[in-house]
Design a protein around this ligand. Structure first.
Ligand SMILES: O=C1O[C@H](COP(=O)(O)O)[C@@H](O)[C@H](O)[C@H]1O
Length: 228
């Protein structure tokens, strides 16, 4: 018998409301984790959608010294390339707060998919479970760098991706197993172009995100355009 994925859908007015709600949830999860075990381990999504929430976090008060940042996926591009997910997060948020640099665990995707995945496995193997995983959903239904129809080796914690349909083709991604090893999973989806992917997910079409099975329900924050 397969487990059923539990999802709580939150339909919000617009992308600003999604960003505010996400930032509030991230800060609340951090406080709770720091009370519980003295640190907060968060996995960031890349892409465009989380940028507005990250911008709010850059101006928030938090106990930044206890935050440990990981990434759900990275594109195989040179370090500091503007299209890297870690570059976006640094530019918008991480460079503006007092998280110690050694606590920002960037995926070494510049080493290529196989070596990048191998090294990042070593980085996260003793860390799971995360406190919070943030995910996005591409218009083609991909999440992190797990694409519909691909069959990466899901018994691994981190997978090399060599044929992504969205450029660049080479990427490194946490597996659905690793992404589900979290106290909380928060999915941010905005914009009309995501509507089809949301409908597919709700209809039970097999998408990479359908395999992410945290112990608590996934919270999905949708704006009106993506949701209706
Ligand atoms: O390529 C990626 O796409 C997804 C979705 O991005 P968005 O721009 O549609 O929000 C993102 O979650 C992932 O981290 C990224 O590498």
């Amino acid at each position: 018998m397969t487990d059923e994925q539990k999802i709580i859908w939150h339909c919000l007015a617009d992308a600003d409301a999604v960003a505010e709600n996400a930032a509030d949830r991230i800060l609340a999860a951090a406080k709770e984790a720091i009370v519980r075990h003295g640190r907060f381990r968060i996995v960031l999504a890349g892409g465009r959608t989380p940028e507005a929430a990250y911008r709010l976090l850059a101006n928030a008060n938090a106990d930044w010294r206890r935050w440990h940042i990981y990434f759900g996926d990275e594109r195989c591009l040179p370090p500091a390339h503007r299209e890297r997910n870690s570059t976006m997060a640094a530019r918008i948020w991480l460079d503006h707060v007092a998280i110690p640099r050694r606590q920002i665990h960037v995926i070494p995707a510049e080493l290529g998919p196989a070596e990048g995945a191998r090294r990042y496995t070593d980085e996260i193997v003793g860390v799971l479970p995360f406190d919070l995983v943030i995910l996005g959903l591409g218009e083609d239904g991909h999440t992190a760098s797990l694409f519909p129809g691909h069959r990466p080796l899901m018994d691994r914690l981190v997978v090399p991706v060599t044929n992504a349909p969205k450029p660049p083709a080479e990427r490194v991604s946490l597996s659905s197993f690793s992404l589900g090893q979290a106290e909380q999973v928060l999915v941010l989806v905005t914009g009309m172009e995501k509507h089809g992917a949301i409908q597919d997910w709700k209809a039970g079409r097999q998408l990479p995100i359908s395999d992410i099975m945290p112990k608590n329900p996934l919270h999905v924050l949708l704006d009106d355009l993506a949701g209706t």
